[in-house]
Design a protein around this ligand. Structure first.
Ligand code: ATP
Ligand code: MG
Length: 450
């Protein structure tokens, strides 16, 4: 087991014992002999977990908890307390402690809770500093993602980058289609040449043809000079035709010609001009439906879709959210010269569970807004937009969060049952709950009694 733990306890013998047990398990352990020493330690370094006594001279456990929440909200806190003050321990949980331990400390209980907290922490939080380093090394194009779905996309990118083939990138708005196109270009042999994005829906139909393919002098009223057109501007490099579904039917055969013959015919010209340009296209419309509706040519679709890269919506790859949050915050820090260190554990849970209809772009906007309006180095739930998506226990997000916690609880109880050789009395003891609560939980969570 790894992790750094601060043990704050004024009584020498229990403190030494706790530190020794944790040290033997492989944790790095720091000691604080009273509350004030704990506050100093918290200001000085980052801990994964702070185990603090409730009653100490100098500053009590609640003051320690409060300081951790202020300066290091990613740190977990567990409060140690005697039987008599369970009420205060509950208050501590409400103030944001992750757990509490009853004194005198039972070491098995201590270790189990500490392991669980550490495991939970690395699962839910991910080590942001470490990831920052990893990101820097693996993605030149600024694309992050570790979910199986994104790994598949990244693999496809590397494969098609080397080829010259046309690629059609599809996916909902904001999933990262343009970023995929940029990544393909950045890994391709054309990386030193131009990457030219063209949004087909942003140019009026009447201008699109001359913009794309160019025109000769006097080709139409107002054509005072000859124009090269975007395909020729992208010569040697890559052109990215975004929102290709918006390309008018009249222009579709002309694009087909560029792809098939590698030549453009400028407006007003009599002979075509050769162009060497790689074509990438993207659409958030379902082009097959557009074909059925007669708005998109089937032959063009097959020419574009030599390789198709579907980019999955964010809600189908929630594992990527911590990584994206970290990446996007760093990016905004650079752009806005801010010094945001990350999001709190609670905020991360809400971000993990939100529906993200606007995908990565929406996440980016939510974080940017929080960085502008928030008032701390760490973004907290209060900095997230109010409304259903981010409320704690209502709506879709709340349900998903509950479902996640439920499945976590289920797998935890199952593993403790296995550990106890399916002996329910022992399992209840290990879990620190009564036998009847264990039965009730097993029933609720659908765990077999055999
Ligand atoms: N995997 C990712 N890693 C890092 N940043 C990402 C990732 N995916 C998307 N982004 C960021 O999210 C924003 C939206 O991405 P992008 O513009 O590529 O989406 P899009 O699919 O082209 O959206 P639209 O359909 O609205 O044009 C960008 O700022 C992009 O940098
Ligand atoms: Mg786009």
């Amino acid at each position: 087991m790894t992790g750094t733990i601060l043990v704050a306890e004024d009584e020498t013998i229990p403190r030494r014992n706790i530190c020794r047990v944790l040290h033997e398990e492989g944790y790095r352990v720091h000691e604080a002999t009273d509350g004030r020493a704990a506050l100093v330690a918290i200001d000085e370094r980052d801990f994964d977990l702070v185990l603090t006594d409730l009653r100490m001279p100098g500053a009590d456990g609640l003051a320690v908890l409060q300081r951790v929440r202020e300066v290091a909200p990613q740190t977990f806190v567990a409060i140690m307390t005697a039987h008599a003050s369970v009420d205060t321990a509950v208050a501590a949980l409400q103030l944001g402690a992750q757990d509490y331990l009853l004194k005198p400390i039972v070491f098995d209980d201590l270790l189990r809770k500490v392991h669980l907290l550490m495991e939970h922490k690395s699962l839910a939080w991910e080590n942001q500093m470490l990831r920052r380093e990893v990101n820097r090394h693996i993605d030149p194009s600024g694309m992050v993602g570790e979910s199986p779905a994104m790994r598949a996309v990244l693999r496809l990118i590397s494969k098609v980058a080397a080829a010259a083939s046309t690629v059609l990138i599809t996916g909902e708005s904001g999933v990262g289609k343009e970023l995929v196109a940029r990544a393909i270009h950045a890994e391709s042999p054309r990386q030193d040449k131009v990457f030219l994005p063209v949004n087909c829906s942003a140019i009026p139909d009447t201008l699109l043809e001359s913009q794309l393919f160019g025109h000769t002098k006097g080709a139409f009223t107002g054509a005072l000079n000859a124009q090269d057109g975007l395909f020729r501007k992208a010569r040697g490099g890559t052109i990215f035709l975004d929102e290709i579904g918006e390309l008018p039917l009249t222009l579709q055969p002309k694009l087909l010609r560029v792809i098939e013959r590698k030549e453009v015919l400028p407006l007003g010209a009599t002979s075509p001009i050769q162009v060497d340009v790689r074509i990438l296209a993207a659409s958030n419309r379902d082009l097959e439906k557009e074909i059925e509706a007669g708005r998109f040519r089937e032959d063009l679709f097959y020419r574009l879709n030599v390789v198709g890269i579907p980019v999955p919506p964010l809600r189908e790859r929630r594992d990527d959210i911590p990584l994206l949050v970290e990446h996007l915050i760093q990016r905004h820090n650079l752009e806005m010269k801010t010094n945001c260190r990350g999001v709190t554990h609670e905020a991360m849970q809400l971000l993990m569970a939100a529906p993200w209809k606007g995908n990565v772009r929406e996440l980016e906007n939510v974080l940017e807004r929080a960085m502008i309006l928030g008032n701390g180095e760490w973004l907290s739930p209060e900095d997230l937009p109010s409304g259903q998506a981010f409320s704690r226990d209502t709506g879709q997000a709340g349900h998903e969060l509950k479902a996640a916690l439920r499945s976590y609880e289920k797998s935890h109880i199952e593993s403790v049952l296995r550990e106890a050789g399916r002996d329910r009395v022992r399992a209840a003891k290990l879990l620190g709950i009564s036998r009847s609560s264990l039965y009730r939980k097993m029933e609720q969570l659908g765990i077999a009694f055999d």
